[in-house]
Design a binder for this molecule. Sequence first.
Ligand code: URA
Length: 450
Amino acid sequence: MFSAKQIIDKKREGLALSTTEIREFMSYYMTGEVPDYQMSALAMAICCRGMTERETADLTEAMRCSGEAVWEFDPKRGDEPLPGLPCPAALVADKHSTGGVGDKLSLIIQPLAAACGLYVPSLTGRGLGLTGGTADKLETIPGYVAGVSLDRFRAIVAETGVSMAMQTPEICPADKRLYALRDVTGTVASIPLITASILSKKFAEGAPTLVFDVKCGLGAFMHTRDEARALASSLVGSTKASGRKSLALVTDMDAPLGRTVGNANEVEEALDILENKASGPSLPAAALCIEFAAAMVSLAKDIGRGEAREMCKARLADGSALAKFKAMVAAHGGDLDEFRRTRREAKMHRFRISAMRSGYVTGIDAKKVAQISLRLGAGRQVQTDTIDPHAGVDFAVARGDRVAVGAPLATLFTSTVPDALEECAAELLSAFTIAPAAFTPPPLVIEEVG
Ligand code: URA
């Protein structure tokens, strides 16, 4: 006889829940027989007591099964194509990032992996608070519709090899409801709940290979290496336990990634990288894209990482990744010529900040930069806010660069809050640390969990 209270009691006492208990709890939650207050109580008990890998896998599966899948993954089907896809199932792969400041890498990695022969069904989201959303960035391209139907999403992946679209209402509705509760009940920060939330959506894509970018540092969800490593191990362990291939790279998020933080400016930077025009602060971001795409290609094609890396470099250099990006944008209704025109003609208020002392840039506080971008209009404080597509920050320097007094450091843009520019500029200046001694920035990849 099902009793929500007994299940909550059991978890509160630190005991492991059975597969049936987890499945029933989630299914009664979705029918409304388990009310929000009991779901919140269980979430808090999980937060305090944790879950085993098996329980986390059961919760993931219960949430994935609350809706439809893009494709059903079946480890036994191996090389058979997925319905509608002209490739063996093994070639379907995706990458997930836990979210960072200036993190436009998906705009490059997913098309690059597709240019190497993979099929990439990538469900993505909108930004909220300090985290940016890939869907928001893509929708700064006039005409781009991220909110396509599930059928259209499948068709775009089949036609072009890659689609980046919003999670549809059919996918993991349990996660959507539970996440909204967690957000207001102090239960977001739990490794098993985060793992189940991320993986239920990624598993619904049907990809047998999943690579994770677990960001670590001032501008990330996970501030310390230990926290980031624990999340990476949980994501990779649970993904492998489901019969899929997986790898995580824990990457540095103390400083913003690349040259831009915002939305349209990040798309422009992604295009520069895809067009092999990356320079200055974009170069480390471009190198990181190669690493992630190589991890996907090496796992999905079962080839060495070195060979996969060379393939990715070649597909970026010969314009194939750019061609995949353009095909995906066109399939979603986007017009890149119009994007370039809006960028040229955007009437923005701007403010340039310059170095007050000479020396080496040793730090650019990613969290402060995210807060400033949000204030300039590049993000949302609440879900209903609209984004100022051209607002944000462009950096002239990166960590490790030598600057003289008066050298430009960054430019701030906004069209909606010109009065805030001066204050934001002062705050941005305080995000820079400039010291006399030469400084080598740490590598972006902190460690690999596989
Ligand atoms: N991202 C998700 O999708 N879910 C979480 O719980 C945290 C981050």
